[in-house]
Design a protein. Structure first.
Length: 481
């Protein structure tokens, strides 16, 4: 069994209005107390599995949850208990092959299951119909408690009990707009472990992806978008909640760039207009830029300057706008963008005719490759902006091939990416130097010692551009699928 739901965080300024709107629907009040168990080494948490026992008014249940390939869907194995439990009972899963597979980390370790944290929640429950679908709305207010710490829970869930996910998304969109809800893909279990371990949840990285060569092009595009969202949404959620690290920002940038590459490279694989999503993603990406640029400056450029004898050993702290950054990902327009992409990626494509995707993908890859290699002869004469555009094209090519790699011979793909990698890296190095140059141009007006940096950067740029020209020529000669 699986559950399909979307959870949203409620801004404090909107809670009373939202609560009033739910009350008008004559909700059912439910008292929930949930207890989450794991091994001392948190073996289940490491594979994103949660195991809980929950008291719902007077009824006890035991639930095993695990992630699925769809971000809004989770595997859920739930059983009603006859009486108040005395610890977790794993014997209930002896005959359940799916549960046995999920619990393998625990069964293999033979460690005891102990209470990790708990929640106390008052839930207002509303049942409603939308189209041909039945949807449950749950407004939760309460506490997440771990050891001697606790944090407030203030969220609303929309769960599809029966019907189509498109109905669920259309149903909840007006709520997002009116009450400024923002998507929170972090489960209560994940929040509990983060609180227990006194550290933010780790950033999410891209997963391996493969296409079937006989799918329709539209289905293939939707699968690529769904894969990107698996990468993007947990990191975007962490930033929206203001509970993030530099790795979340970096991975969100990578995820958005991958998605933009998919929408650009394979736009003609669907009749749907993708241009608005491209514009919205570009805007979000730009908001993430300054945070990443300063981190790269400190981690990469500053050590090189110090090795070259720079008369300074630190840089002025860039003015961080963490609140502003989080606010961009709390905007209703951002949540609505995620929902639109999720809705499109899950639409039925069974009516689309199967195709041989290999020549279609090869055509797109070849077109982009020719754009890049066509600039080989006059590379040194390109403007700085044109060189940056070339860098973006190289990244687009790399991501496009990573998504379609399963359509080609693995040996050829490895050789191709090996040839492309040096070009991408050296163009990235040039971009970092250009960002650093703009940064130090401002600083020299206040402290003359930073002229050293500008002189060093200018010299490095010429060396890097010479290496980039060689890498581009080598790619032009040897890249072939």
């Amino acid at each position: 069994m699986s559950e399909i739901e979307f959870k949203f965080h409620i801004p404090a300024t909107q809670y009373s209005k939202l609560h009033h709107a739910i009350q008008e629907q004559q909700p059912k009040l439910v008292h929930l107390a949930a207890y989450y168990y794991d091994t001392p080494s948190q073996a289940l948490s490491k594979v994103q599995i949660s195991l809980r026992q929950r008291l719902e008014n007077t009824v006890w249940t035991q639930t095993l949850k695990a992630p699925s390939s769809h971000h809004a869907k989770r595997i859920e194995i739930e059983e009603t208990l006859d009486e108040k439990p005395n610890g977790i009972d794993l014997k209930r899963y002896v005959k359940n092959k799916q549960a046995q597979a999920l619990l393998k980390p625990v069964l293999a370790s033979k460690q005891p299951l102990i209470l990790q944290f708990r929640t106390e929640v008052k839930r207002l429950n509303v049942q409603m119909n939308h189209g041909d679908s039945h949807i449950e709305i749950a407004l939760d207010q309460g506490w997440l408690i771990a050891a001697h710490q606790k944090v407030k829970i203030s969220e609303i869930e929309f769960e599809l009990k029966k019907g189509q996910i498109s109905d669920l998304i259309v149903c909840l969109q007006p709520w997002v707009k009116q009450y400024h809800l923002y998507l929170d893909v972090q489960s209560k279990a994940a929040r509990g472990y983060a609180l227990l371990n006194t550290q933010p949840q780790a950033a999410t990285y891209a997963q391996n992806f493969s296409l079937s060569p006989t799918h329709s092009s539209e289905l293939a595009l939707k699968q690529m978008i769904a894969s990107c969202l698996q990468h993007i949404l947990p990191n975007a959620s962490a930033i929206a909640l203001g509970d993030y690290q530099a790795s979340h920002v970096h991975q969100l940038r990578v995820g958005i760039r991958r998605l933009r590459s998919v929408l650009k490279s394979f736009a003609d694989w669907t009749t749907h207009d993708l241009s608005l999503w491209q514009q919205q993603l570009k805007s979000l990406f730009q908001h993430l830029g300054s945070t990443r640029d300063y981190d790269a400056l400190v981690s990469d450029v500053l050590p090189a300057l110090q090795n070259a004898g720079a008369p300074f050993d630190s840089l002025p702290q860039a003015k961080r706008k963490s609140h502003d950054l989080s606010q961009h990902f709390r905007e209703p327009s951002t949540s609505l963008l995620w929902l639109d992409l999720l809705n499109f990626s899950q639409q039925d494509s069974s009516t689309h005719q199967a195709q041989d995707l290999t020549p279609l993908a090869g055509k797109q890859i070849g077109k982009l490759q020719r754009k890049i290699t066509g600039q080989s002869d006059n590379f040194m004469q390109l403007s700085t902006e044109q060189k940056h555009q070339l860098r973006k094209q190289v990244k687009q090519l790399r991501y496009s091939l990573e998504f379609t790699h399963s359509l080609f011979k693995s040996k050829q793909v490895k050789h191709y990416l090996k040839t492309l990698k040096p070009l991408q890296e050296v163009l990235g190095e040039f971009n970092d130097l250009c960002v650093a140059e703009e940064y130090f141009k401002i600083l020299v007006n206040k402290q003359r010692e930073y002229w050293f940096a500008l002189g060093w950067i200018s010299a490095q740029q010429q060396q890097v551009l010479s290496r980039a020209h060689v890498a581009l020529q080598q790619f032009s000669r040897h890249a072939e699928l």
